[in-house]
Write a protein that binds this ligand. Structure first.
Ligand SMILES: *[C@@H]1O[C@H](CO)[C@@H](O)[C@H](O)[C@H]1NC(C)=O
Ligand SMILES: *[C@@H]1O[C@H](CO)[C@@H](O)[C@H](O)[C@H]1NC(C)=O
Ligand SMILES: *[C@@H]1O[C@H](CO)[C@@H](O)[C@H](O)[C@H]1NC(C)=O
Ligand SMILES: *[C@@H]1O[C@H](CO)[C@@H](O)[C@H](O)[C@H]1NC(C)=O
Ligand SMILES: *[C@@H]1O[C@H](CO)[C@@H](O)[C@H](O)[C@H]1NC(C)=O
Ligand SMILES: *[C@@H]1O[C@H](CO)[C@@H](O)[C@H](O)[C@H]1NC(C)=O
Ligand SMILES: *[C@@H]1O[C@H](CO)[C@@H](O)[C@H](O)[C@H]1NC(C)=O
Ligand SMILES: *[C@@H]1O[C@H](CO)[C@@H](O)[C@H](O)[C@H]1NC(C)=O
Ligand SMILES: *[C@@H]1O[C@H](CO)[C@@H](O)[C@H](O)[C@H]1NC(C)=O
Ligand SMILES: *[C@@H]1O[C@H](CO)[C@@H](O)[C@H](O)[C@H]1NC(C)=O
Ligand SMILES: *[C@@H]1O[C@H](CO)[C@@H](O)[C@H](O)[C@H]1NC(C)=O
Ligand SMILES: *[C@@H]1O[C@H](CO)[C@@H](O)[C@H](O)[C@H]1NC(C)=O
Length: 617
């Protein structure tokens, strides 16, 4: 595959070269210059020991920006760029790309590059071969980026002496199977950023020890098979550490300097089981910590947690995809704004779980096993987005944990809440900011459509912005229209999202003006189905009232009026009614038994009806 890509690259280069003019022809090298763009392709025709290129013979228009591709060069020496700068005196940006080939880089290759104007120098090596670096091969000067991609020689011994006293804004070593860093003397590497990705690093210490503490700001060793968290004690300017996708399983203490500026650490996708309680103790500026996809089972014991030193500092914490079941140690992270806890083993949220999280705005608790949430757990937070998808919550009620979020919550996700059998929609009337509610994949029951204020409060619902309700992956019926009528009457400016393949019925038809046009049900685009539905649904109200006399669901909607008089009437009706029903039931049981008929199904349904009536008082 790779060979194929290189082949294509080479073919395209060859094609290009045919319609370009030769602008430098020496014994060793032929360069082709384009007529329009800035790219110059130089191909080694004949390797020599000193690789001298006589740039003074270069004949082409001089510009302030050129990009050079050196194709198939085997060797770079201090003669290669002799007189380059006197030939191109006005370059602002110098881009030197070495494609394939490089076996050897000798000492001081850019020694004769003499610019007073400080051009931006970018050097890139693509798929070099042996890539043997002599000591001091990279002339001590200022580079913007040096990128070494896909060294063919593996395991590769990376001679750091080659870079002694270089100043580099960003140095990257990418896609090289195994890299072993070597240095034989104390070095000065004035590098601001370093990235070593996708490979495996053997012996990191010579590199870390050589990096100048006055320079290094950002370090990215992701996907590098690192087993031990490196010590950064001498890197006092370091701010960003990215070690994601490695093999770290433990984090010890004393890994950072006393006066450090570290603000972000990404340790996601490692195998971390344990973090020393003092591991992050010197990190006064740490605001982002990512521990996603590790093997943490606990955040520490009562008075010992790696999070305690971060109280009042951390602003974003990702603990998703671990094995956590309690999170009491989070309660004092008072500056936390974003908290990811999805994919853990949390079963309950009790009163103190988020006690001092005054700034918490985004909380993702999806894919846990949460069954109960204490009603005041969010009292001191200001959550705007709450994801509780795929948990085991049984109901949403007024006076629940949601009431403390009424002035802040904008998004509430309850997707795939398979146990959420009971929803009192009156809850949502209290939210001033709510814009998105996801109830997709719910295990639908009749109690999905309760609407009960529980007190005298009336509702108002004047929204200027659209309110989105996602109800994908649920099949609604005509009965759902009856049960939900009150709720949808209340929604002004609501957009419903349903499966586009939802089967057609009066629920869809009568609510069609509120269904999102993006995912509009396919069946409603068929005029003959619409004609049928408009006939069928004209009588839906009588169907609904027949339902409401046979079931007790609508009593909740009557109760909403909460008139003491009404209440008494309901009690006065339901009590004798239940007695009558019980008597009827006994008679039926008696009759059934007498007839020795095995109609147990009807029996069960009858019982269910009575239980329901009683449970509703
Ligand atoms: C580079 O070298 C390879 C063989 O190593 C050769 O196939 C290819 O044609 C050379 N590319 C150019 C542009 O000459
Ligand atoms: C480099 O250029 C200078 C003048 O710019 C000239 O004197 C010198 O001979 C050149 N050196 C080589 C090796 O071409
Ligand atoms: C490092 O290079 C600079 C020039 O870039 C030079 O002035 C300085 O003496 C060098 N230091 C060492 C220790 O080599
Ligand atoms: C990682 O590097 C190898 C070569 O060592 C390469 O084949 C692979 O495509 C790289 N993977 C990514 C994701 O870049
Ligand atoms: C930090 O610097 C001190 C003194 O310069 C040195 O002894 C120590 O080995 C360095 N530690 C690391 C981890 O680089
Ligand atoms: C921390 O807890 C341990 C037992 O878990 C106890 O022995 C120790 O005294 C406690 N320390 C403080 C400061 O409370
Ligand atoms: C909260 O839950 C944890 C377990 O998750 C338990 O250890 C702790 O005692 C509970 N706290 C309260 C106040 O119920
Ligand atoms: C949070 O801080 C309070 C007061 O400083 C302290 O009493 C409590 O034990 C702390 N709780 C946690 C979980 O750190
Ligand atoms: C839906 O709820 C019923 C109980 O009412 C339960 O038996 C069933 O397994 C649930 N379905 C799913 C997909 O969880
Ligand atoms: C209902 O409201 C009336 C007057 O607004 C008040 O007197 C009564 O106490 C309220 N009842 C309840 C249960 O809040
Ligand atoms: C929705 O509310 C707006 C403003 O509050 C009002 O102008 C509009 O008539 C309402 N629409 C419906 C259908 O009630
Ligand atoms: C609708 O499509 C989804 C997949 O897109 C499928 O899972 C579901 O069973 C379909 N529903 C119906 C009623 O065809």
């Amino acid at each position: 595959m790779k060979f194929f890509l290189i082949l294509i690259q080479i073919i395209s280069i060859l094609n290009l070269t045919q319609c370009q003019t030769k602008c430098l022809v020496t014994l060793t090298v032929t360069c082709y210059c384009p007529n329009e763009n800035f790219l110059i392709n130089c191909i080694e025709s004949h390797p020599t020991d000193d690789m001298f290129i006589d740039w003074s013979t270069f004949t082409f228009e001089l510009r302030d920006h050129y990009s050079f591709n050196f194709i198939n060069f085997t060797r770079l020496t201090s003669s290669t760029f002799t007189n380059f700068s006197s030939k191109f005196p006005h370059l602002n940006i110098i881009e030197l790309n070495f494609l394939n080939g490089i076996d050897e880089i000798r000492e001081n290759i850019f020694g004769l590059l003499d610019y007073t104007s400080n051009p931006q120098i970018n050097v890139r090596f693509n798929s070099p071969r042996s890539f043997q670096l002599a000591d001091n091969s990279f002339t001590p000067m200022k580079y913007f980026e040096i990128t070494i991609d896909n060294i063919q020689n593996s395991p590769y011994e990376f001679n750091l002496n080659a870079f002694h006293n270089t100043t580099v804004f960003k140095l990257s070593v990418l896609n090289t199977e195994q890299v072993q860093f070597l240095s034989s003397k104390p070095l000065i590497l004035n590098w601001d950023e370093i990235s070593i990705n996708n490979g495996s690093i053997i012996n990191l210490n010579p590199l870390i020890e050589s990096l100048s503490s006055d320079y290094l700001v950002k370090l990215d060793f992701s996907s590098s098979s690192i087993v031990h968290f490196p010590s950064f004690v001498n890197l006092s300017k370091l701010m960003i550490i990215d070690l994601h996708d490695n093999l770290i399983h433990e984090i010890h203490s004393n890994l950072f300097s006393n006066n450090n500026l570290v603000s972000s650490i990404d340790l996601s996708s490692n195998a971390i089981k344990r973090i020393d309680p003092n591991a992050f103790i010197q990190l006064d500026f740490l605001s982002v910590l990512n521990l996603n996809n590790n093997q943490l089972r606990t955040l520490g014991s009562e008075n010992q947690s790696f999070l305690f030193p971060l109280n009042g500092k951390l602003r974003a914490l990702d603990l998703a995809h671990n094995f956590l079941h309690d999170m009491n140690q989070i309660a004092n992270l008072s500056h936390l704004e974003v908290l990811e806890l999805y994919g853990n083993e949390i079963k309950e949220l009790n009163e103190s779980s988020f006690r001092n999280l005054h700034h918490l705005q985004y909380l993702d608790l999806s894919y846990n096993q949460i069954q109960s949430i204490h009603s005041s757990v969010f009292d001191h937070t200001s959550i705007r987005e709450l994801d509780l998808s795929s948990n085991l919550l049984p109901s949403l009620q007024t006076n629940s944990f949601l009431s403390s979020l009424s002035s802040t919550l904008e998004t509430l996700l309850l997707k795939d809440s398979r146990n959420l059998f009971e929803i009192n929609w009156f809850v949502f009337t209290k939210f001033d900011q709510l814009r998105k509610l996801d109830l997709s994949g719910l295990n639908k029951t009749d109690k999905m459509w309760l609407f009960d204020s529980n007190d005298n409060s009336s509702f108002h619902w004047n929204r200027e912005y659209p309110f989105k309700i996602l109800l994908n992956n649920i099949q609604f019926t005509n009965k759902d229209y009856c049960l939900s009528k009150l709720i949808f009457q209340m929604f002004n400016n609501t957009i419903l999202f349903l499966d586009p393949n939802h089967s057609c019925n009066c629920f869809l038809f009568l609510l069609r003006n509120r269904i999102s046009t993006q995912n509009y049900p396919i069946c409603l685009s068929n005029q003959s189905i619409i004609d049928d539905l408009s006939r069928e649904c004209a009588n839906i109200d009588s169907y609904c009232s027949s339902l409401s006399t046979t079931t007790n669901i609508m009593t909740t909607t009557v109760k909403r009026k909460d008139d003491n008089e009404n209440w008494k009437i309901i009690v006065a009706i339901t009590i004798p009614l239940s007695i009558i029903l019980i008597l009827l039931f006994l008679i039926v049981v008696f009759l059934v038994k007498r007839r020795r008929n095995n109609d147990s199904k009807g029996n069960v349904e009858m019982k269910g009806g009575i239980v329901n009536v009683l449970s509703k008082k």
